[in-house]
Design a protein around this ligand. Structure first.
Ligand code: NAP
Length: 262
């Protein structure tokens, strides 16, 4: 794998993914940019080629379409210049569960989870074989809290965080770095697509600040990076509480409170 490997970024036509493209290009990495909107991808690529001189390829793909997703998987499997995958493409839905169409819910799950795990699965064996490589998965703090009332979106992001933590344990010893990035509200078009005016929200981070902070976590090889969280100790306490439950789950008999009389 080259010293400055090529970075494949999904959802690079706008928002957080386009900022990752900008930042990795400025670090001297060649890029493969993936999204549906070819005009926007070409605009991002043309600007970055001009400003940084790196080589940029474009792969137009709807990641909810398994045939189109397969093209991206193939590229990740076969192109050994690619050493970093940024699983960024994602969406949300307007409204609550009762008003969200079943097909739209399934499509969201396909984009936010199936595509993420298929792309990781396509590239991980090559990275593990090489003993290097990195996978950045863009999750969300919404995946920590059903209370945010974005149930399906949050469930997909809980999947992404769990997947990342599991892959970090699985692939880390083989030299592959896996990072979960958990943004909170960040100023991008995703809000408009979800039927929310981002200007009505407080505490919204600019996408550039979010990605710059996430890259600090990347350079430190953090497993989980939560750019807006002021006290990292809160995350550590949360993880410690989770781990403390585990030894107690191995029991031959149900807990006392579930035992039936007689
Ligand atoms: P965004 O501005 O709406 O951008 C989403 C990107 O994903 C676009 O490049 C879009 O490109 C691409 N995309 C959407 N559907 C796709 C599909 N079916 N196939 C291929 N590409 C597709 O959203 P963003 O805020 O930057 O979101 C990026 C990631 O950050 C997502 O995973 C999101 O869940 C996460 N996140 C965002 C926030 C936030 O507040 N913004 C907070 C937490 C987490 P095309 O339309 O050209 O396909």
């Amino acid at each position: 794998m080259p010293k400055n490997p090529t970075v494949l970024i999904t959802g690079a036509s706008t928002g957080i993914g386009a900022i990752y493209a900008d930042r990795f290009a400025r670090r001297g990495h060649d890029l493969v940019l993936v999204a549906r909107n070819i005009t926007r991808l070409e605009d991002v690529a043309a600007r970055l080629r001009d400003e940084t001189g790196v080589t940029i390829d474009i792969l137009q793909a709807d990641l909810t379409n398994l045939d189109e997703l397969a093209k991206v998987e193939e590229r990740l499997r076969d192109d050994d210049r690619i050493g970093i995958l940024v699983n960024n493409a994602g969406g949300n839905l307007a409204g609550g569960f009762l008003t969200q169409e079943t097909d739209a819910v399934a499509k969201l799950v396909a984009l936010n989870t199936t595509a993420v795990v298929r792309l990781a699965s396509a590239v991980a064996p090559r990275f593990a074989e090489a003993g290097e490589g990195a996978i950045i998965n863009i999750s969300s703090v919404v995946g920590l809290a059903p209370e945010f009332a974005m149930t399906v979106y949050g469930a997909t992001k809980a999947f992404v965080t769990f997947l990342s933590q599991g892959l970090s344990l699985d692939l880390g010893p083989k030299g592959v770095y896996v990072q979960a990035v958990l943004p909170a509200a960040t100023r991008t078009e995703i809000w408009e697509h979800s039927g929310v005016d981002v200007n009505t929200l407080s505490g919204v981070m600019e996408a550039g600040d979010l990605v710059d902070a996430a890259l600090v976590g990347f350079d430190r090889r953090e497993a989980v990076t939560i750019p807006p969280l002021p006290d990292a100790g809160q995350w550590d306490t949360y993880q410690a509480a989770r781990l403390a439950i585990l030894p107690n789950t191995r029991q031959e008999h149900p807990a006392e409170r579930y035992r039936t009389a007689g």
